[in-house]
Design a protein around this ligand. Structure first.
Ligand code: UDP
Ligand code: MG
Length: 320
């Protein structure tokens, strides 16, 4: 197959205001790094704005640009998966469309990859400009909590911005799961992975496509995908409550033998309410895993492609 030196893969959802600058800056960075042997793979993840027409226009004027239109919004991680399936580079740069991660760092990331003989260079955020305190705080807590409960060491404060070798990408593409937490899956494959520290900028235009609901879903995918600690936690709580109930039973029996009737309502309500809450919580937690098991078992394609503009060079079928 006719391999290119570099593919830059960019998932886009309602990013019309970013696309032109993105195209210009990524093209310049890629050309400076590898000359002519590169492609830019833009994935339109069911945008509601004019992202797709803009992509078509850009692709008509640039043979380096491939634009893929998904059949609907599949979500950031699946859109990215589509792009990774369909790219052909020996090295693959993953980057967001909003230019929060400067494409100009490509040169330094390639240098780091070569110097350290790495298969993955992942970008670690030192600073995050122009993001809300809430976002930064929840992100900081999320990455640290995840690190404590997962069996796979997932680098802290690291997004999907990273440079990968072809063999690392092929290893990644062999993971079939539906609920995809890509930064964790890349950590899982192993090989030599090295960090690259940078400052994250403000969005070029538009606003974050990760509202709270999507953030929570993303976090749950990460936790359920990489850890069974919540299930273990449930059995520990069960054990603890069993021990407590033995003590309580002893206490009640002894009090009864001594002829001391215990006043009922308060203590009874306490036990009912606490047990009810714990049970619902644990059931919900099991439900999260069960729901994902159900989704996996349907074995649906990860994404569906509606249209393509420009030459698709990647090896995979179009996802189905
Ligand atoms: N994105 C996507 N599909 C979605 C949501 C987001 O393809 O359903 C893309 C988005 O266009 C951007 C990247 O994923 O290129 C990261 O999203 P965003 O910048 O909004 O996230 P944040 O930086 O605020 O965490
Ligand atoms: Mg962003």
């Amino acid at each position: 197959m006719n391999r290119l030196a570099l593919s830059v893969v960019i998932p886009c959802y309602n990013e019309e205001a970013c696309l032109e600058t993105l195209h210009a800056r990524v093209s310049a960075a890629a050309r400076a790094a590898v000359g002519d042997s590169f492609e830019i793979v833009l994935i339109n993840d069911g945008s509601k704005d004019a992202s797709w027409p803009v992509m078509q226009r850009l692709s008509a004027g640039d043979p380096h640009l491939v634009a893929i239109n998904l059949s609907r919004n599949h979500g950031h991680q699946l859109a990215l998966t589509a792009g990774l399936d369909l790219c052909a580079g020996q090295q693959i740069l993953i980057i967001d469309a909003d230019l929060q991660d400067p494409p100009e760092l490509l040169a330094d990331m390639r240098a780091a990859m070569a110097a350290q003989g790495a298969d993955v260079v992942y970008a670690v955020r030192r600073k995050r400009e122009g993001e809300s305190i809430f976002k930064k705080l929840t992100a900081a807590i999320f990455y640290r909590a995840l690190d404590r409960i997962t069996d796979t060491p997932i680098p802290l404060d690291t997004g999907d911005f990273r440079l990968m070798s072809r063999r690392a990408l092929d290893a990644f593409l062999s993971l079939p799961e539906q609920a995809r937490f890509i930064r964790g899956m890349v950590a899982w494959i192993g090989f030599r992975q090295v960090p690259f520290v940078y400052d994250r900028h403000e969005r070029h235009a538009g606003e974050s496509k990760y509202p709270l609901a999507k953030m929570i879903r993303f976090a749950l995918d990460a936790i359920t995908g990489f850890s069974t600690a919540p299930l273990r936690f449930a059995s520990h709580v069960g054990l603890l409550l069993t021990a407590a109930s033995v003590l309580l039973v002893l206490y009640i029996v002894v009090a009864w033998l001594l002829g001391q009737a215990i006043q009922g309502w308060t203590s009874l309500m306490l036990v009912v309410v606490v047990l009810g809450a714990v049970q619902m919580f644990v059931l919900g937690m099991i439900g999260e895993y069960l729901g994902r098991l159900y989704v996996e078992s349907k074995r649906r394609p990860l994404y569906l492609v509606a249209d393509v503009a420009g030459p698709v060079r990647g090896h995979a079928s179009l996802g189905y």
